[in-house]
Design a protein around this ligand. Structure first.
Ligand code: MD3
Ligand code: FE
Length: 201
């Protein structure tokens, strides 16, 4: 599959998942959230993130007294649920890499939620790409370069869009400035869900 467009070396696949695939994926994510309830991690400043998150796979991302890290268990002590097969297939189709992801992070954005500019650097090796799927309300995504100070570009992501961040884009600063709450009918209560697949170690 060919990307619709490239932004700062990120490959953007607009409308990659159709409506049926999106609602099937939402059902699978609901099941994951039932087993591994979403939580709001504390930032190092002691303020909770506005986004709620949970994970599937061998490793999930969290923050606690040890800082930001990947953990084999949910804060409640249980192992994370398995990554759905449909997501593994999408990963191999779009990334072309040989290794399966071992972490699936699911971010939940309610009204007013956002994610500040950051780099993803908690993984052991940056040679593997990150794949991101947007579901639900539209989000204003911002991506820059490998330093915090450089210029940035913004792009609205819609439900069903997929972004692959590899090579030059892998260490790019990025964030979500805002969502258009209620812009999509996919989730009955509104909001946005972002799924990222990663090889974390
Ligand atoms: C660029 N999530 O979970 S997805 C994250 O929409 C995260 O929830 C945002 O940033 C979200 O860490 C943005 C797009 C994305 C994901 C990973 C990246 C962009 C990236 C990794 C490296 C560079
Ligand atoms: Fe990120």
């Amino acid at each position: 599959m060919k990307p619709t467009l490239m932004v700062r070396n990120a490959s953007v696949f607009k409308g990659c998942l159709n409506a049926g695939q999106q609602s099937d994926l939402v059902s699978e994510l609901r099941e994951i959230a039932r087993i591994a309830p979403p939580f709001s991690p504390q930032t190092p400043y002691g303020k909770p993130m506005s986004v709620k998150l949970t994970s599937a796979g061998d490793f999930g991302w969290l923050s606690d007294a040890h800082g930001y890290r990947y953990s084999e268990t949910h804060p409640n002590g249980a192992r994370w649920p398995e990554i759905p097969q449909s997501l593994l297939s999408l990963w191999f189709l779009l990334t072309g890499v040989s290794r399966a992801p071992n972490s699936c992070l699911i971010n939940f954005y309610g009204e007013g939620a956002k994610m500040g500019m950051h780099q993803d650097r908690d993984e052991k090796c940056f040679d593997w790409p990150v794949l991101s799927i947007s579901l639900g309300d539209e989000a204003l995504f911002r991506i820059g370069g490998a330093t915090r100070s450089g210029s940035t570009e913004s792009l609205w992501l819609s439900s069903g869009d997929v972004v692959v961040l590899g090579d030059e884009a892998r260490l790019a600063y990025h964030g979500i400035d805002r969502i258009r709450f209620g812009s999509s009918g996919l989730l009955p209560k509104g909001g946005r869900v972002n799924v990222t697949l990663r090889v974390v170690d």
